[in-house]
Design a protein around this ligand. Structure first.
Ligand code: HEM
Length: 154
């Protein structure tokens, strides 16, 4: 669909991987902050500090990194069947599986943004255990995505 100039495809792929690493770092760290936040007394110094850390992590890193991941990933996507593999890239099963798992990461992102708002308003009702489990979901999705993208088992 879109023909990137010679060599640009690999640069876009490098930028894609860089932004994905930043997105993942934030998706793994934010629920850890929620775990600590559960123990902090509402209105206390720790709770107020965690609110600032959570807001900055979401706004300065997590959301921009997600947008960059989609932007560069999307650019790779629309140039797939012109460049590296020729026609037929869209028939590959791994690509569809990867995109489903990426949608899962985006859902996790939105859920975390909602939980952050609840903490910011001292409205969290969930136990610490919940956020420990929530921490595992992005890890499992990421493992699946990397295996689909690199090993391409189907
Ligand atoms: C946000 C939506 C995303 C889209 C549309 C997308 C799309 C793509 C495309 C089309 C490629 C090129 C495949 C190739 O040239 O071989 C690629 C490469 C890659 N993507 Fe994504 N991706 C997205 C998110 C992610 C995420 C969240 C991760 C990891 C957690 C990820 C990890 C990778 C890796 C490791 C490669 C390199 C594969 C290789 O060259 O062997 N991507 N992506």
């Amino acid at each position: 669909m879109l023909e990137l100039p010679d060599g640009a495809y690999l640069w876009v792929k490098a930028l894609h991987i860089i932004s994905v690493i930043a997105w993942m770092a934030a998706l793994l760290y934010l629920p850890r902050l929620f775990v600590y936040h559960c123990d902090a007394e509402a209105g206390g110094e720790l709770s107020e500090t965690l609110k600032i850390m959570e807001r900055r992590l979401l706004r300065a890193i997590m959301t921009p990194a997600m947008i960059a991941s989609f932007l560069f990933g999307g650019l790779l996507l629309v140039s797939l069947d012109v460049g590296v593999w020729g026609e037929g890239a869209w028939e590959e099963g791994w690509l569809h599986a990867k995109l489903v798992f990426v949608a899962g990461l985006a859902v996790m992102h939105m859920m975390m943004a909602r939980w952050r708002r609840e903490f910011a308003e001292d409205r969290n009702m969930r136990p610490q255990k919940f956020y420990r489990f929530a921490n595992e979901a992005p890890t499992l999705l990421m493992i699946g995505i990397v295996i689909f993208a690199v090993v391409r088992p189907f």
